[in-house]
Design a protein around this ligand. Structure first.
Ligand SMILES: *Cc1c(COP(=O)(O)O)cnc(C)c1O
Length: 483
């Protein structure tokens, strides 16, 4: 039994490692700073494993073996972390995979906004400073019928600034059935606390009546708030107060009625077999004073929080100094304007906005996409894996319509060459990772979220994995943890 100090001494010094890497020209492009950093992490991880009584086979097999492992580790450490994935999950607005994809013309606009100077805050008529919001405010009002609008960083920021402006140090009345938590620790009660507004819960979890709001109103009340229960449903013996009733009550007491719509959709999705979600236009029409929603959920645009409603309230929110802290950048602005322009013609919106196009994609088109995939798999000469087209269910995602699914088609894989869990892991470990979902002991790649030109990526990945082509991201360093 070697003592631990002897074992630790077998770990080479950083300078020694750098010297050994000199002869490996595939690392020449990597800056010294990155190499040194990676080597330190690698050695530190070895040290920790030795101390934890891990035998560390990297150390016992000679210098060449050690260096080879280190080269792999340094190479992998240099890869950009933020990268593309193929979303075969069937969840369209997948929060963990970037929510909405943008239309091609929006992507082109983004490139322009990045490459050239712009009139971001420059009024071309007067030659003086202009407002960055003017570029989209008119469009939002045109599409929704609202009097005024403002855009901030995201919907969480929108809710925060609306409450801070209209109800700081005042009470805000919310139904107990609407105290929503969405992913990433956004909770209505907590956001409200940060805004300085005091939450007053009324009603019961399943039923809230108009009189519950009425009784709670007093001289400290600042607003009535409705929150769209995006990602859950209360079913059974339930009651919520309608917008019209709430607006009548609020206005009777000169209180603003605020609605956090969450997803915020401009088009009716009922035609695709989905439950009717109130559109932004309908909520504006119902008389709600201030409405907030996300730019990158059902709207299919960039991350943003859109605030719209009555001019008097929106003007106040615009003047809030917090607005400066939550403001959008030129990329958001460029992308949002481009997406909003498409909504002036609903047909174009459904064609060109990927989020809507994926929702609207008919089953026959998904089936034919699956057939293209099957044909290419057959042609590839793939063996060691069975595959077939299966009926599947896709989801809208983004915390919208939690209980509903969209009929879909998937290609289902049953690997014979390895276990299903390993197969899923290898797909996820590809240079362009492919994310599917495991169901009924098969790995499903749902065609609703696969873009036309991604089919060949899927086919190639499956073929290579089953033919044992070494995965370029796995290697001798696969078991080294980053420290
Ligand atoms: C998604 C959502 C939010 C947060 O929106 P982000 O744009 O993610 O900040 C807030 N409220 C509701 C009801 C939501 O569904």
């Amino acid at each position: 039994m070697q003592d631990i100090n002897t074992k630790l001494r077998a770990i080479p010094k950083v300078d020694e490692c750098l010297r050994r890497l000199e002869s490996h020209s595939q690392l020449d492009h990597i800056p010294l700073m990155q190499k040194t950093y990676a080597i330190r992490n690698y050695l530190q991880s070895l040290r920790q494993r030795l101390l934890a009584d891990d035998p560390c086979p990297e150390l016992g097999k000679g210098e060449a073996h050690f260096t080879q492992g280190l080269v792999g580790y340094v190479l992998s450490s240099d890869k950009p972390r933020f990268q593309r994935v193929v979303n075969g999950s069937g969840v369209i607005i997948h929060t963990n995979m970037g929510r909405s994809l943008l239309p091609q013309i929006t992507v082109d606009m983004l490139a322009n906004a990045a490459k050239w100077y712009s009139n971001l805050e420059f009024d071309l008529k007067t030659g003086k400073r202009g407002s960055r919001y003017s570029h989209v405010e008119d469009l939002i009002c045109l599409i929704t019928g609202a009097e005024a609008a403002l855009v901030v960083n995201n919907n969480a920021a929108a809710v925060l600034i609306v409450l801070e402006t209209l109800a700081k140090q005042r009470e805000v009345i919310v139904s107990r059935g609407q105290l929503v938590e969405i992913g990433g620790s956004f909770r209505i009660p907590e956001v409200m606390e940060r805004s300085g507004a005091k939450l007053v819960e009324v009603g019961a979890t399943n039923r809230t009546h108009l009189r519950d709001y009425e009784i709670a109103i007093n001289e400290r009340t600042g607003a009535l708030l409705r929150v769209h229960c995006s990602n859950y449903r209360i079913v059974g013996f339930t009651k919520e107060v309608s917008n019209e009733e709430l607006v009548a009550l609020g206005h009777q007491h000169s209180l603003p009625v605020i609605e956090d719509l969450g997803s915020g959709c401009f088009v009716d999705l009922k035609q695709f077999g989905l439950e009717h979600e109130p559109t932004v236009q309908e909520v504006v029409k119902s008389g709600v004073d201030v409405i907030t929603f996300s730019g990158d959920k059902l709207l299919g645009g960039p991350q943003a929080g859109i605030i719209l409603g009555k001019k008097t309230y929106i003007e106040k929110i615009k003047r809030n100094p917090l607005n400066r802290a939550l403001r959008i950048d030129k990329f958001t602005l460029a992308a949002l304007e481009s997406v909003l322009r498409l909504y002036r013609d609903e047909e174009r919106a459904f064609q060109l906005i990927p989020t809507l196009a994926m929702i609207a994609d008919p089953l026959e088109s998904l089936a034919s996409k699956a057939e293209v995939c099957i044909a290419a798999l057959k042609q590839s000469g793939l063996s060691g894996c069975r595959f077939q087209v299966v009926d599947s269910y896709a989801r809208v995602g983004g915390g919208a319509m939690p209980e509903q699914s969209l009929a879909s088609k998937a290609v289902a894989f049953t690997p014979d060459c390895m276990g299903l869990v390993e197969f899923e892991k290898q797909l996820r470990g590809r240079a362009i990772p492919i994310i599917g979902r495991i169901e009924n002991r098969q790995l499903l790649i749902d065609m609703r979220t696969i873009q036309e030109d991604e089919i060949s990526l899927v086919v190639q990945a499956i073929f290579e994995i089953c033919s044992g082509v070494v995965n370029e991201r796995e290697g001798l360093w696969g078991n080294i943890k980053r420290v």
